[in-house]
Design a protein around this ligand. Structure first.
Ligand code: BES
Ligand code: ZN
Ligand code: ZN
Length: 473
């Protein structure tokens, strides 16, 4: 959707106005709401509640009232903005003016509209093509400011597209190509390591996961290094293009959504592109291994031992705990670039969903400072994360009989923490955060800025984090 700066409404164009519970107009919306016939408002079911949207004649024009609920917050504005752009279908309402009820709400309006209008229709045949709003005028802001604010939300939509594409059309090579073309015309350098290079680099854990698939793995290395940058952020993403579980095969219900097991990799790639678009003054290096976890005749067997590029040798007792294997190599590679902070993002464990539910991501951090940095960035961007501990006492449960470490504990409990403890063996001594997004990578229903399907979660948190990290010494 196109977002354009407007000083005043196009005459006759509908206007979006925020309304609080009890039909109290939000600041800035008084005039529009005042122009609506009171009896119309009374007989309607519109009460200004969260999620409600209704259209009324208002004087000469049309008002699209959107419920903000009990409070005007960035969250309620972002959600209302998403709800309103979806509510308008008419060809006649192609242009709509959004009033911004409070100071600083511009970002919430722009993000809500950009995220809430997202659609993935590449696999629908044209018949039921939805007529959607394609142009939103935003009052009281300049075009440059609007465009800049939209960058993070647009990158989120890019990640959503990549995750929504079925695995049949998104091999490791396909996603590498897609990232390469998305990075064109940005200052991001893309290197794609093919299987031969991965062998040369001795990334034994990635090769072990890839062994069961006929589609070869790739490692995508993204670098962004603006002149004069001092801070260096290292990113790693889990890019399992389909997780069948490998020989430790998943049941069909658990396998259904496993095209989304590259959501961490997609989020990392999209955020580097956004960081470059914004011209943020820091260096970023991202390492994203992409591979299927499949069941071919050459697949890694339970009991096999893998040798990642550095760190402990791994006895693979469950081939379905494959994310931590490719991340072990990813972390090993990114460390060689010497970043000041490493953040990895992965749909790593079902246990993270058990612990926090499907709407909250887990964050693990090497220190309270790092946790605070991530949590503050998340809350500013409206994404929800909660901290879980890297509890070193659980390391013992990962002792292997024949190798340095094994990839599962054998206990059903605390699985997200065990995975983080495993990763800590490969993350080095420096500042590091691990984001387990197994829950929020997919969204179950369309509401507010959220759309059912791939969520693109972490993109805006990473962009915000990069921006803060670049500023502070
Ligand atoms: N990709 C899954 C984790 C996952 C589960 C993501 C559900 C999204 C939704 C991961 O590779 C996996 O299978 N993990 C296992 C680990 C176990 C074998 C220790 C799990 O969580 O069951
Ligand atoms: Zn798995
Ligand atoms: Zn997985």
């Amino acid at each position: 959707m196109e977002l354009v700066a407007a000083v005043e409404a196009t005459p006759g164009a509908p206007v979006i106005a925020g309304v609080m519970t009890g039909n109290e107009p939000a600041p800035g919306s008084e005039e529009v709401v005042g122009a609506i016939d009171e009896s119309l408002l009374e007989i309607s079911r519109f009460e200004g509640k969260t999620g409600q949207v209704a259209t009324f004649p208002a004087g000469e024009g049309v008002a699209v009232l959107v419920g903000l609920g009990d409070e005007i917050t960035f969250e309620s504005i972002r959600a209302a903005s998403g709800n309103s752009v979806r509510a308008v279908r008419s060809e006649l309402a192609r242009s709509l003016l959004a009033l911004i009820p409070v100071d600083g709400a511009l970002r919430a309006v722009v993000e809500g509209a950009t995220l809430g209008s997202y659609q993935f229709r590449s696999y629908k045949t044209g018949d039921d093509e939805e007529v959607r709003l394609d142009r939103l005028e935003v009052a009281g802001a300049g075009q440059e400011e609007i465009d800049r604010i939209a960058v993070g939300a647009e990158a989120t939509n890019l990640a959503r597209d990549w995750v929504n594409i079925p695995a049949i059309d998104l091999s490791p090579t396909d996603i590498a190509d897609a990232i390469t073309s998305a990075a064109e015309e940005t200052a991001v350098d893309v290197e794609v390591w093919d299987k031969a290079r991965i062998e040369e680099e001795k990334l034994g854990a990635i090769l072990g996961v890839a062994a069961g698939s006929s589609r070869p793995p790739v490692v995508v290395v993204l670098s962004y290094q603006p002149e004069g940058s001092t801070k260096h952020l290292g990113l790693v993403g889990k890019g399992i293009t389909f997780d069948s579980g490998g020989l430790s095969l998943k049941s069909s219900t658990f396998m259904e959504e496993m095209k989304s097991d590259m959501a961490g990799g997609a989020a990392v790639a999209a955020s580097v592109i956004a960081i470059a678009r914004l011209g943020l003054p820091l260096r970023v290096t991202a390492v994203i291994p992409f591979t299927d976890n499949a069941v071919g005749g050459n697949a890694t067997r339970p009991g096999d031992v893998l040798r990642p590029v550095s760190g402990p040798t791994i006895e693979v007792l469950n081939t379905d705990a494959e994310g931590r294997l490719i991340l072990a190599d990813g972390l090993g590679v990114v460390r060689r670039f010497g970043p000041d902070l490493i953040v990895d993002v992965a749909t790593l464990t079902g246990a993270a969903k058990v612990a926090l539910g499907e709407r909250i991501g887990a964050v693990f951090a090497s220190s309270p400072d790092v946790a605070e940095l991530v949590l503050r960035a998340a809350s500013r961007s409206g994404e929800v994360f909660w901290e879980l501990p890297i509890f070193k006492e659980y390391r013992k449960a990962l002792d292997s009989n024949i190798a340095d470490i094994k990839n599962i504990t054998g206990s059903r409990y605390g699985g997200a923490i065990a995975a983080a403890v495993f990763l800590s063996e490969y993350a080095g001594e420096g500042p590091w955060a691990h984001l387990d997004i197994a829950g929020p990578a997919l969204w179950r229903e369309t509401a507010g800025e959220h759309v059912k399907g791939a969520s693109g979660v972490s993109v805006r948190t990473l962009v915000e984090l990069a921006s803060e990290f670049a500023e502070n010494d």
